[in-house]
Design a protein around this ligand. Structure first.
Ligand SMILES: [Zn+2]
Ligand SMILES: [Zn+2]
Length: 137
């Protein structure tokens, strides 16, 4: 991976560049109070369906406009590895994992006990907390 991000912390501004060809490309990315420009740049790179170097400048700018218009947030359960639409509770990976047995790609339910929130498959939910309403059978 030779796509990198240049980040100016003082200006809270970032740009994408390719360390193989030594060329900067794409939009000037400005951060805000919610997220600094460097993190935002990496979110954009990860969000793109293809390698950011595959796009020409015009294409990349329109992708950036599309990305900026999305009403997204970081997944609260995996601490921002994934971004999700505001209306979703968590990303797909998080919605389908069990913190008890470590299974992935399964149906799970969110269990909140005190300040702790976990996800369990039906079996783990039964083991941990007995009969929890709504967990998958
Ligand atoms: Zn997640
Ligand atoms: Zn489980």
């Amino acid at each position: 991976m030779s796509v990198r991000v240049i980040y100016d912390e003082k200006e809270n501004m970032a740009a994408i560049y390719c360390s193989t060809s030594d060329v900067a490309f794409g939009p000037a990315i400005y951060g805000d109070k919610k997220m600094d420009a460097e993190r935002l740049a990496w979110k954009f790179i990860q969000w793109l369906p293809q390698d950011s170097r595959q796009y020409d400048q015009v294409d990349l700018m329109s992708r950036w406009a599309e990305f900026s218009a999305l009403n997204w947030r970081e997944c609260p359960e995996c601490f921002g590895d994934q971004i999700i639409p505001y209306t979703e509770e968590a990303c797909d990976g998080c919605l389908h994992r069990c913190d008890g047995c470590g299974d992935r790609g399964i149906e799970s339910v969110k269990v909140v006990r005190g300040t702790k929130s976990e996800r369990f498959c039906g079996e783990c939910a039964r083991k941990k907390i007995g009969n929890y309403p709504g967990f998958p059978q």
